[in-house]
Design a protein around this ligand. Structure first.
Ligand code: C5P
Length: 407
């Protein structure tokens, strides 16, 4: 399975060899394929190409020093080692391979390589004799044993008069190898390349500038689903009502207050491959639009407050004639006969899957950390999961919907 480089971030370590000029072209090729590139140049690399050239092609600054005060304050080498999807070393010189195999961390490039847990692809480039040397062969075997992938070197004419293997793989070959490497990891990212929309939290329906109708939803389950979908590789938009939770990492969050704003934000976030409606949308709102003045208590008792029904966001999207996400998932919070109610809800709302949970007071689900859910499919099949943390429910749900979408 290959994987596109769109939206992927590549940390590119440029080693000090004549092939460094081809690393500049590699930056262009990776960007053409939709990746962003963070260049790191060794001191040797800077003898052949300038950080400025790498930065200009990458469209972001190039990193060179381990002890760069500006960079340490802003980003730091440990962050550099983490904030990407893969590390590519091109050219990987004999010296750089030896330092990698030995676990050296004397400069920024080797420190990043030692600190990273990301997949690493190296494109060796060196003199034929150096490539054939037993020391390089040993280092190569050590690196392969450590899980480092190698592309090239190719045989052919080199800067020196000798010919044979030692020439760095071409930039497009390196980009292809990177796609293959990331593709092999796509098992961990079953939603790579997919767009997922999640609603979460309650809505607030204003009565006047200070009062509103709301419910006890914390948003924990919806936010956990957005985080799990992002971890599975999806591009996630989370439309959230007012919650006291931090934004999940790697997720585009749109904050709204009312049901009508939530519907608008959801429509704006389409198209999506999967839409999960985990928000506890207020069913009703005051008919009278809230004005700018607080409603006064005048001693004659409360003024009547007629309510009107809010739009049903789930049903609206599940019944879209055009642009309906292929997989629409609803939630059902019930206090009794959970599964029967959920079956009826699937039919009423037109979604593909309902995640039903028991929110009776004994369950402690609303605002709590755990959830016991039943998955009810449109064809009537039911799957009941044990009581689980909301994060685990989210992970399992994401794996389940990824399977449905793939199958
Ligand atoms: O009808 P009920 O509120 O029980 O349905 C719950 C499901 O419908 C949840 O997925 C919820 O997010 C969604 N819903 C919605 N818009 C509403 C009411 C519920 O999207 N106005």
């Amino acid at each position: 399975m290959t994987e596109t480089l769109a939206q992927r971030r590549v940390l590119l370590v440029i080693g000090g060899g004549i092939a460094a000029y081809k690393a500049l072209d590699l930056i262009r090729r990776l960007r053409e394929r939709g990746a962003s590139v963070c260049p790191v140049l060794t001191a040797g690399a800077q003898e052949f190409v300038t950080p400025l050239a790498a930065a200009a092609l990458a469209g972001e600054r190039a990193h060179t020093n381990l002890f760069d005060r500006a960079s340490e304050a802003e980003i730091g080498h440990i962050k550099l080692a983490r904030q990407a999807d893969a590390v590519v070393v091109a050219p990987a010189t004999a010296n750089l391979m030896a330092r990698m195999a030995g676990g050296h961390a004397a400069d920024l490039a080797t420190t990043v390589l030692l600190a990273t847990t990301l997949p690493i692809l190296i494109a060796p480039a060196m003199n034929v004799q150096m490539w054939a040397h037993p020391a390089t062969r040993r280092n190569r075997a050590v690196l392969e044993g450590d899980g480092v992938r190698i592309v090239g070197p190719n045989a052919g004419r080199m800067a020196e008069p000798e010919s044979g293997p030692g020439r760095m793989a071409e930039p497009n070959e390196i980009a292809d190898a990177l796609e293959r490497m990331l593709g092999q990891q796509a098992g961990d990212r079953p939603l790579a390349g997919r767009r997922v929309l999640v609603t979460s939290g309650p809505t607030h329906e204003p009565i006047d500038p200070v009062r509103y109708i709301a419910n006890r939803s914390s948003g924990r389950q919806g936010h956990a689903i957005a985080a799990a979908a992002a971890a599975a590789g999806a591009a996630v938009t989370l439309v959230s009502g007012p919650v006291a939770l931090p934004d999940p990492p790697g997720v585009a969050v749109v904050r709204v207050e009312t049901a009508r704003q939530m519907l608008e934000a959801v429509e704006a976030a389409l198209p999506a491959d999967i839409a999960v409606f985990a928000a506890a949308v207020a069913d009703w709102r005051p008919e009278q639009e809230a004005g700018s003045k607080k409603i006064k208590k005048d001693g004659t008792g409360p003024a009547p407050m007629p309510l009107v029904e809010n739009p049903d966001i789930l049903a609206t999207i599940a019944r879209l004639p055009v642009g309906r996400p292929p997989l629409v998932v609803g939630f059902a919070a019930e206090t009794d006969t959970v599964v029967e109610h959920a079956r009826a809800k699937i039919a009423r709302k037109g979604c593909d899957l309902i995640v039903a949970n028991d929110v009776s007071a004994e369950g402690g689900v609303m605002g709590g950390a755990d959830n016991t859910v039943h998955l009810i499919r449109r064809d009537g099949a039911v799957e009941t999961w044990p009581r689980l943390g909301k994060e685990e429910v989210a992970r399992r749900l994401v794996a389940h919907v990824a399977g449905l979408l793939a199958g």
